[in-house]
Design a protein around this ligand. Structure first.
Ligand code: CUA
Length: 167
């Protein structure tokens, strides 16, 4: 499936590129002073280089590596219309915890908020995949789980909670 989508995407990108190249070739050009043309080319090149550098720099941290050892606490999260099931509801403080998120029906968004409503992290939860996210809680207390992907009538009601305690 993914290869089919990739092939379709590449095919469509090639088609769009072809249309652009054909349009550029067929179009007449208004006379432009040499120095303006040089400046324009320089600007386009600078934007291209900046785009590549910014893209590479901003994508470097992803995909986020999940560093697991035998001692890493893991929590299995199952989403469904319209509930969250979490197999551990008392989590440790200050230790990276790995959440394995999946769903039994449609795509949901596993989001964890602190008790002030601040979103701490989230991961897409999908049927047929287990997506992992790692997080170390630095405050003990109650945390709320919400759904961040519209998934039907009671989407807003997909709420549960867990606690983080110092051992
Ligand atoms: Cu589950 Cu929205």
């Amino acid at each position: 499936m993914q290869m089919t989508v990739l092939a379709i995407s590449v095919g469509l990108m090639a088609l769009i590129s072809f249309v652009f190249i054909a349009a550029i070739r067929s179009g007449g050009r208004a006379p432009v002073a040499k120095n303006i043309e040089r400046r324009r080319s320089g600007l386009i090149l600078a934007m291209l280089v900046a785009g590549i550098v910014i893209t590479i720099a901003s994508l470097r941290p992803w995909p986020q590596a999940v560093a697991m050892t035998a001692d890493t606490p893991t929590v299995n999260v199952t989403g469904g219309q319209w509930y969250w099931e979490i197999d551990t509801t008392e989590l440790p403080l200050g230790i990276p915890v790995v959440f394995n998120a999946h769903t039994v029906d449609v795509t949901h968004g596993f989001g964890v908020m602190d008790d002030t409503g601040k979103l701490l992290f989230q991961v897409q939860a999908m049927p047929g995949y287990v997506n992992q996210v790692q997080y170390a809680f630095d405050e003990p207390g109650n945390y709320n789980v919400v759904c961040l992907e519209y998934c039907g009538l009671a989407h807003h009601d997909m709420i549960t909670e867990f606690t983080v305690t110092a051992n």
